[in-house]
Design a protein around this ligand. Structure first.
Ligand code: PMP
Length: 280
C-alpha cells in the first residue's frame, strides 16, 4: 500500500522528509486519525473541521482543500477491513533551526493508512496520573512526549490507558476521552483547552441522547470518578472501551457495565449503518 507525501502517492520506504523539517526538530505540526469501516470514513467532515481548528491554533491554514483531503483519504483506503487513515501537517523545513516561524515555509503533508486492531470487549485496566501536558490540549499537536511517557507509565503497570487529572478533575486519557456513569447518569468533561474535542466523544453523546439516556457534560472530580459505576474511554481506534479496573480497584463489579453494553450496541449499529451506506 502507498502513502501520501506532498502531492505524491509512493511506497512507504520511498517517503522521505528533510531533517530540517520543523515537525522533526520541534514537533511543530498537527494530525488527525480517521477510522474507516467497510471503506467508509467515519465523520470525515468533522475530522477535517477539527484539523482546520488545530491548524488555526498553530497559525497555519490547511494546505489542501476539503475535496483534496477527501481524495487523499479515499486513495489510502485499502479494502473493506477496519482501518484508519492518519493525516499529518507540519510547518515544513526552515532554512535553519530557529524557534521563530520562518516566512514562506512550505508545509509537509503526510498521510498513510493502517489496520485497526480489534477492541478488547472484556475491558481494560487504567491508572490515573497527573496531567503534566501543556494547556492547549484542544489542539491535536504531534508534540506528544507527555502522552508517550504517561502512556508508558500505564503500560509498565499492565494498563491500557492513563486517565489524566488536572486540578483534581479528570481531563481525558493519553489518547482517548473519558466517560463515567455516576448515579445512573452518563458524564464526560466539557470541551475546552484541557482536552481534545474527540469525534468519538461527540458521536457517543449524540447516540446516547438520541436514545434518551441521561447524559451530561460536566467536570468530574477524581474522587467521584474513582467511585463511578462505570468508566469508558473513547477514541477513533478504540471505539467505546470499558475500563474495568482503575488504580488496581474494580470499577463497578469489575466487568463491563450494563450502560456500556447499551452504548456499545448503539455504536456498533452506527458502524453497520455506515458500512451499508445508509448514512453519509
Ligand atoms: N484525546 C486525546 C489526547 C487523543 O489523542 C485522542 C485520540 N487521538 C482522543 C482524545 C480521542 O479523539 P477521537 O475520538 O477523535 O479519536
Amino acid at each position: 500500500p502507498l502513502v501520501y507525501l506532498n502531492g505524491e502517492f509512493l511506497p512507504l520506504e520511498q517517503a522521505r522528509v528533510s531533517v530540517l523539517d520543523r515537525g522533526f526538530l520541534f514537533g511543530d505540526g498537527v494530525y488527525e486519525v480517521i477510522p474507516v469501516y467497510g471503506g467508509q470514513p467515519l465523520r470525515l467532515e468533522e475530522h477535517l473541521t477539527r484539523l482546520d481548528g488545530s491548524l488555526r491554533g498553530i497559525r497555519m491554514t490547511s494546505p489542501l482543500s476539503r475535496a483534496e483531503w477527501a481524495e487523499v483519504v479515499g486513495r489510502l483506503i485499502d479494502g473493506p477491513d477496519d482501518q484508519s487513515v492518519y493525516l499529518q501537517v507540519t510547518r515544513g523545513a526552515g532554512p535553519a533551526r530557529d524557534h521563530a516561524i520562518p516566512a514562506g515555509v512550505t508545509p509537509t503533508v503526510f498521510a498513510m493508512g493502517s489496520p485497526i486492531a480489534p477492541v478488547p470487549l472484556a475491558g481494560v485496566r487504567a491508572i490515573t496520573l497527573d496531567d503534566i501536558r501543556w494547556r492547549w490540549c484542544n489542539i491535536k499537536a504531534i508534540t506528544l512526549l507527555p502522552n508517550v511517557l504517561l502512556r508508558q507509565e500505564a503500560a509498565d503497570k499492565g494498563c491500557a490507558e492513563a486517565v489524566l487529572v488536572r486540578d483534581g478533575r479528570v481531563t481525558e486519557g493519553t489518547a482517548s476521552n473519558v466517560f463515567a456513569v455516576i448515579e445512573g447518569v452518563i458524564v464526560t468533561p466539557p470541551k475546552g483547552p484541557e482536552l481534545l474535542p474527540g469525534i468519538t466523544r461527540d458521536l457517543v453523546l449524540e447516540l446516547v441522547q438520541a436514545e434518551g439516556l441521561p447524559a451530561r457534560e460536566r467536570a468530574i472530580p477524581l474522587d467521584e470518578f474513582a467511585g463511578a459505576e462505570e468508566i469508558w474511554i473513547t477514541s477513533s481506534t478504540r471505539e467505546v472501551l470499558p475500563v474495568v479496573e482503575l488504580d488496581g480497584r474494580p470499577v463497578g463489579r469489575g466487568s463491563p457495565g450494563r450502560v456500556w453494553e447499551r452504548v456499545s450496541a448503539l455504536y456498533q449499529d452506527f458502524k453497520r449503518r455506515l458500512k451499508s451506506g445508509v448514512m453519509a
